[in-house]
Write a protein that binds this ligand. Structure first.
Ligand code: G6P
Ligand code: ZN
Length: 543
C-alpha cells in the first residue's frame, strides 16, 4: 500500500523510432530502463490523473513482466482505470479499437511488431493517443525529452494482477479491468464485412490457410475465421502466441512466410492464403501461385471498397507512404478522390483520418487499414479479401490480373541491406541528398529522371513538417527508385531500396518481378554506391 519514488538517471537512446521504442530484451531488462521510459510517458501528460488507459501486447517474452510494472506505475501516477487484454494480450489493432470504443485517454502497446522475440530477441513499447493511433512526433519527441531529464520514477508496491482472469481488481485507487482480448474487435469486424457471404463461401468448400506465425493474431483469426465464419478447424496454423514466436521471424512476407508460399504453390494449394505479423497489424495476401504486393493490395481494396458493407457509401480518399507504389494513385484518380503521399510510419495517417480526408491507408511494408481504427490491421485486410472473393466469385489471381488489365501494373520490389555499418549508411544518405537536386533531366540507362529530392512532408491538417524522409528518384515514365534508412531496426542500419516500374500494356504483365526491375536496381546500386559502402553484392532480403 505504499507508493515509492525511486531516484534514477537517464538512459541514453530512448528516442522512439518509426513505431515506438524498440530494443533488445536485455536492454529493456536493465534495472530502471523500462521504468524510466514509462515515467517519461506519464510525465508527458500532466492531465493523466483519473484517466483511462488501455494496455496490452503481442505476448512476446517480457510482455507480462512489463505489464505488471506499467500497472503499478500507472497506479502510482494516479491513472484512474486501466483496461488490459486477458493474458496481457492485445493485438495492436485490437488495442486501437478498444481505446476508441471505450473513449480511453490513450494506450500502451508492448510489442516490437515483426522483430523476433524471446530472451535474445527484441522488445518494444509504444504510446497511442486517444484517437487509438500512434502518438504523433511532437508527443514522441516530448517523451524523449523527458527521458533525457528524468530524475525519479514512481511505483506502487501492490500487485501483481492476475492477468489471466477476466474481471476487475485494484492497485491503490486505480481500477484494473482484465478484458476479453478479441470480443470488441470481432464485433467491429462484423459491422464492416458481409459475414453472411463469407460464411456461405466457406460452407461451399472454399479452403484457406491463415498463418498466425505463432504471434498475436492467432486468437483473433481462430475466433473470427474458424468460429464466426465457419472455416474448418485447422484453417488457422501457428495460431497460439508463443513468447519466442516459435523461433520464427513473425514478419509476413514471402521471405519469412516461406512455408505458406510453398503451400500456395503446391498442386493441392488452398484457395486463399494469408499471414499476419507479431502484433497483428501487418498482413500478407496470397492466392494460388501469387503473392499480392501490399501496394497492389491497397489499390485493389480501394477499387473494390464498395463490396464491403462498411464501405458501401464509397471512400473519401486514400493515403500511402511515400515508398509504397503509386498503384493506389491510379485508383484514386479513377474514383475522383484524393491520394495523399506521407512519410513512412502509420502515425502520419492519423490526422488525415481524423479530419475525414481519407478512408483507406496502406504501406509497402505489408500494412493496410482504414479509418475504422487508427492502426493498420492485418485481420481486417484478410477479411476484406475474403469479402471480395465472396462477392466477386473470383479467385485472387483473377482479381489481381483484372486489376492490372484495367489500371496497368506497377512492378514493385523492396531490397533490404540489413545490419550494415550505420556510419556508412548515413554517409550514403548524405551523398544522395547532396546529389539529388542535380539529377533532373539526367539520362540513366533507358530512363530519364523527371525529378529527384529528399522527401519533405507538410501535414495538410496541422502543417507539421517532416523532413529527410527518403530519396525519391522519379523517372519520366513514372518509374521510381526510393532509398531510405529503416527506422525500426535494432542492429546497425538497414538500407531500404524500393523499386517501381509502371507497365500499361497487359501483354507485358507477366514478366518476373526482379527481371522487370533489374535495370532500375542496377542504376540505384551505382548511384548510391551500395556495394562499396556495405561490402555486400546482394540484398539481405528481397520482398
Ligand atoms: C512499422 C510501422 C510502419 C512502417 C514500418 C517500416 O511497421 O508501423 O508504419 O512502415 O514499420 O518502417 P521502417 O522504418 O523499418 O521502414
Ligand atoms: Zn506489426
Amino acid at each position: 500500500m505504499t507508493i515509492q519514488t525511486v531516484n534514477t538517471v537517464p538512459f541514453a537512446g530512448q528516442r522512439p523510432g518509426t513505431s515506438g521504442l524498440r530494443k533488445k530484451v536485455a536492454e529493456f531488462q536493465q534495472p530502471g530502463y523500462l521504468e524510466n521510459f514509462v515515467q517519461a510517458i506519464f510525465d508527458t501528460f500532466p492531465d493523466i490523473a483519473g484517466q483511462t488507459l488501455v494496455v496490452g501486447g503481442d505476448g512476446r517474452y517480457f510482455n507480462r513482466e512489463a505489464i505488471q510494472t506499467i500497472l503499478r506505475m500507472a497506479a502510482a501516477n494516479s491513472v484512474g482505470r486501466v483496461l488490459v487484454g486477458q493474458g496481457g494480450i492485445l493485438s495492436t489493432p485490437a488495442l486501437s479499437c478498444i481505446v476508441r470504443k471505450h473513449g480511453a485517454f490513450g494506450g500502451i502497446v508492448l510489442s516490437a511488431s515483426h522483430n523476433p522475440g524471446g530472451p535474445h530477441g527484441d522488445f518494444g513499447i509504444k504510446y497511442n493517443i486517444g484517437n487509438g493511433g500512434p502518438a504523433p512526433e511532437r508527443i514522441t519527441e516530448a517523451i524523449f525529452t523527458n527521458t533525457e531529464h528524468l530524475t525519479a520514477w514512481r511505483i506502487s508496491d501492490e500487485g501483481p494482477v492476475d492477468l489471466d482472469r477476466i474481471g476487475t481488481s485494484r492497485i491503490e485507487g486505480m481500477e484494473v479491468a482484465v478484458v476479453d482480448a478479441v470480443a470488441d474487435y470481432a464485433e467491429l469486424m462484423q459491422q464492416l464485412f458481409d459475414f453472411g457471404a463469407i460464411r456461405a463461401l466457406f460452407a461451399s468448400g472454399f479452403r484457406m490457410c491463415f498463418d498466425g506465425m505463432s504471434a498475436v493474431s492467432g486468437p483473433y483469426a481462430r475466433t473470427i475465421i474458424e468460429g464466426m465464419l465457419g472455416a474448418p478447424a485447422g484453417t488457422v496454423i501457428n495460431g497460439t502466441p508463443l513468447e519466442d514466436f516459435g523461433g520464427h521471424h513473425p514478419d509476413p512476407n514471402p521471405f519469412n512466410a516461406a512455408e505458406l508460399i510453398a503451400l500456395m504453390d503446391a498442386p493441392d494449394a488452398p484457395d486463399f492464403g494469408a499471414a499476419s505479423d507479431g502484433d497483428g497489424d501487418r498482413n500478407m495476401i496470397v492466392g494460388r501461385g501469387v503473392a499480392v504486393t501490399p501496394s497492389d493490395s491497397l489499390a485493389i481494396i480501394a477499387a473494390n471498397a464498395h463490396v464491403a458493407p462498411g464501405y458501401r457509401a464509397g471512400i473519401k480518399g486514400i493515403a500511402r507512404s511515400m515508398p509504397t507504389s503509386t498503384a493506389a494513385d491510379r485508383v484514386a484518380q479513377a474514383l475522383g478522390v484524393p491520394c495523399y503521399e506521407t512519410p513512412t510510419g502509420w502515425k502520419y495517417f492519423g490526422n488525415l483520418m481524423d479530419a475525414g480526408l481519407v478512408t483507406l491507408c496502406g504501406e509497402e511494408s505489408y500494412g493496410t487499414g482504414s479509418d475504422h481504427i487508427r492502426e493498420k490491421d492485418g485481420v481486417w485486410a484478410v477479411l476484406f479479401w475474403l469479402n471480395l472473393i465472396a462477392a466477386s466469385g473470383k479467385p485472387v489471381d483473377t482479381i489481381v490480373r483484372e486489376h492490372w488489365a484495367r489500371f496497368g501494373r506497377n512492378y514493385y520490389s523492396r531490397h533490404d541491406y540489413e545490419a550494415v555499418d550505420a556510419l556508412e549508411a548515413d554517409a550514403m544518405m548524405v551523398q544522395l541528398r547532396a546529389g539529388a537536386g542535380s539529377l533532373a533531366g539526367t539520362r540513366l540507362g533507358s530512363y530519364t529522371v523527371d525529378y529527384a529530392d529528399d522527401f519533405v512532408y507538410t501535414d495538410p491538417v496541422d502543417q507539421s513538417l517532416a523532413q529527410k524522409q527518403g530519396i525519391r528518384i522519379v523517372m519520366t515514365d513514372g518509374s521510381r527508385i526510393v532509398l531510405r534508412l529503416s527506422g525500426t531496426g535494432t542492429e546497425g542500419a538497414t538500407i531500404r531500396l524500393y523499386l517501381e516500374r509502371y507497365e500499361a500494356d497487359p501483354s507485358r504483365h507477366g514478366i518476373p518481378t526482379q527481371e522487370a526491375l533489374a535495370e532500375l536496381a542496377s542504376i540505384a546500386g551505382h548511384l548510391a554506391g551500395i556495394g562499396q559502402r556495405t561490402g555486400r553484392d546482394r540484398p539481405t532480403v528481397i520482398t
